[in-house]
Write a protein that binds this ligand. Sequence first.
Ligand code: GCB
Length: 603
Amino acid sequence: MLKPQDTNTRETKVLDGLWEFVADPSGHGRSEEWWTSPLVGAQLMPVPCSFNDVTVDADLHDHVGDVWYQRTIFVPGGWSGQRVVVRVDAAAHRALVWIDNTLVAEHEGGYLPFEADVTSRVTPGTAHRVTIVVNNELTWESIPPGTVDVGPDGSRKQRYQHDFFNYAGLHRSVWLYSTPRSHIADLTVTTDIDGTTGIVHSTTTIEGEVDDSLDVHLVLRDPEGNTVAQGSATRGEPNIFESELVVTDARLWQPGDGHLYDMTVELHSGDVIVDSYVQTVGIRTVEVRGTEFLINGEPFYFKGFGMHEDHLVRGKGHDAASMVHDFALLGWIGANSFRTSHYPYAEEIMDYADRMGIVVIDETAAVGLNLGILGGFLGGPRTPTFSPETIGDAAQATHLQHLRELIARDKNHPSVVMWSVANEPESDSDESLEYFTPIFDAARQADPTRPVGFVNVMLAPPERCKVTALGDVVMVNRYYGWYLNAGDLDAAEVGLEAELRKWVEVHGKPVIITEYGADTISGLHDAMSPPWSEEYQADLLDRYHEVFDRIEGVIGEHVWNFADFATAPSLIRVDGNKKGVFSRDRRPKLAAHHLRRRWTGHR
Ligand code: GCB
């Protein structure tokens, strides 16, 4: 799905700002058809933003169910004759959209965009009412999963297995945009390198009135605006055009050097430009060979973090200032990569990663597919995860749809070097293998160019994990020295080293430690380095690094987490998860300085 943009044939209108908003705790809105008139008793709510922390209303903070957003939009008169589209970048976790009294879109999944062609529903030059109902319930059919407990008084509580707060609302921009009726509907770009030559393959899909007069012309320009390659595409099927542009002496997209070309794709009918779209292109290759992860044929070592979209007040609402600041901190500390733990991040973040030369492991929202974690760590019986009563066919269908939508959105980002299909699911049972086989197949079918993996949990060690065999890379989260051997870094070091060696030996694939870390209270210092102190976090990371450096086959380290983040209330979470190397307001803890020394050589 193409991101909206302004070109000589397209126009966008971002609908961010304050919307009318009401929570619907009794769930009457749908039967009372609240979209048919102005919302009663509404307050103003910022978009994009999670609704949970903006006010000081505890009921709204913990609200489970529907919330309603509404505003008036004005469709520019100049859009007459154009195709008009409404697009929602993210509505957590599902939404319905009405223009005036007509339902125009419906979407499941909180982290990916959806849109609707509303040309026949709007009149350019007039105002219309847009109403969006957003529902935040997590169930056995949603990704991520969860359950809703209903109390005797009808009150509802959301339960979930994952360790971050279930923020909800319109987390990213809402757009109205125009395209020509016959338009470029999709683009898929893949790149190859042959010596110093870059090859850019692209597939352009068009929709609308598809007649024989149409053809597609492409021009690739460097950042200075010089044309480096151009050509016409070959028509395969009536609505699909293929092209290959060859760039001599190509400057590659590389980690640390986000060199991007602009590819202007024009749909022509004779001399008339029917539609145009500008796609950024980074020329690079990705390959797994033995225990190496190669970018442009060179071994790459991942240094960075698992992150979260998480900020004070805004929750998961996207904000450009915070994004630029977080990337500045990634640069300061010497990180070259991150994982979009545990869901797809805003498209603006992916664009910025392309531009900054930051490598991304792009993860689905499949987190918490594991009902055995608590029992497993406490040594008790483990509840099976994959069953008809819990995570079964319905969740798998949601997962597959979400994965395909993620790849459709992010396939053209050079920064994305791998798909992570899930975080810490149950992975040592036959049922887990059965569940994940079609998921890996779907990822490879949707994108044959990138490695695929999933993130393994400590309860499924190398000899027992059945799902790792499906992936190209081993990704493991390990908490020796925290959930195991707390306070004993000598024992932690021994356990970690033995296990990592086993992963390399048993699977013979590159190993990335996608999580390791310790909860740490900013400002808690102690000469004896006990758990929760800044010294302990720094010491633990240093110990892990000594182990990583001894093992060939370990090709990456992503500390958990970049910054402290909000979670559901729990006795092991004091004001959220404190494993950040930066506090929630982005101040470095002692460990940040250790990492900076390791990753940049800075003294
Ligand atoms: C994990 C999870 C992550 C948690 C982290 C922790 O393994 O993947 O979501 O936040 O552990 O801090 O417990």
